[in-house]
Design a protein around this ligand. Structure first.
Ligand SMILES: Cc1cc2nc3c(=O)[nH]c(=O)nc-3n(C[C@H](O)[C@H](O)[C@H](O)COP(=O)(O)O)c2cc1C
Length: 207
């Protein structure tokens, strides 16, 4: 009886230690937010030998669902090219320079926002920014995406140079959606250049 009780206690103690070890491992493997910010770069050279699963892309897109948006309108939408044919088709619509830079990226994503939602109340434009708030929300959502991607070890390039009419046809995107960026998703090959950013005091004023 005593033996059984001691064994049970030891078993539970072992479980608890394992759990603690697992928790420590998770914390040890987690990338800090500052590290995500510091290592996220616009990547223009991809490792073509590595692939990304739909489940992995979904995990990144789930992060965008946490994004704040105007009156919680959530106007952002995503069209994900994963098949080699669709990826090739999209890469032909971002200009020659971008096409070269994203060669080897296994996933290309088109972001859009539904017009007339963010910045509007009962169909009326709320202030002078109008649908600019939809673009604002879409940019926020894309920021969540690229940061989550970096946190999971992926790399991205946001491209504003793209043929929106051809993308609309390719994905059958309705006219009430404004087409914004194409985002490449993949793995960097080599270390990307870190461009200079403006000094803080040039862009911030404290009062
Ligand atoms: C809205 C937007 C559009 C962009 N379009 C392009 C593009 O078409 N091609 C490209 O190479 N980079 C593009 N970029 C990436 C910027 O050039 C890049 O973010 C900037 O140079 C700073 O570099 P970093 O992202 O590595 O910090 C774009 C970025 C944003 C936010």
């Amino acid at each position: 009886m005593l033996f059984a009780a001691v064994m049970t206690l030891l078993l539970f103690a072992g479980c608890s230690n394992n759990q603690e070890n697992n928790d420590e491992a998770v914390v040890a493997n987690a990338v800090s937010f500052d590290e995500v910010l510091a290592t996220r770069r616009s990547v223009r050279s991809y490792d073509a030998t590595k692939t990304i699963s739909e489940a992995e892309v979904r995990e990144l897109l789930i992060a965008t669902q946490e994004t704040p948006s105007w009156a919680n309108q959530q106007p952002s939408k995503y069209y994900v090219a994963m098949s080699p044919e669709k990826v090739e088709a999209v890469s032909n619509l971002v200009g020659e320079r971008n096409k070269q830079n994203i060669a080897g990226a296994p996933v290309l994503i088109v972001s859009t926002y539904e017009k007339g939602k963010s910045g509007f109340f009962r169909g009326e434009q709320t202030n002078e920014v109008g649908d600019g708030w939809g673009a604002y929300d879409n940019g926020l959502s894309n920021a969540y995406f690229i940061l989550k991607a970096r946190a999971k070890g992926f790399d991205t390039l946001i491209m504003g140079m793209r043929d929106s009419d051809a993308l609309r046809t390719l994905f059958n995107i309705p006219e009430n959606e404004a087409i914004m960026a194409v985002i490449s998703l993949g793995y960097r090959s080599g270390e990307p250049r870190k461009p200079e950013h403006r000094p803080l005091d040039e862009v911030v004023e404290f009062f």
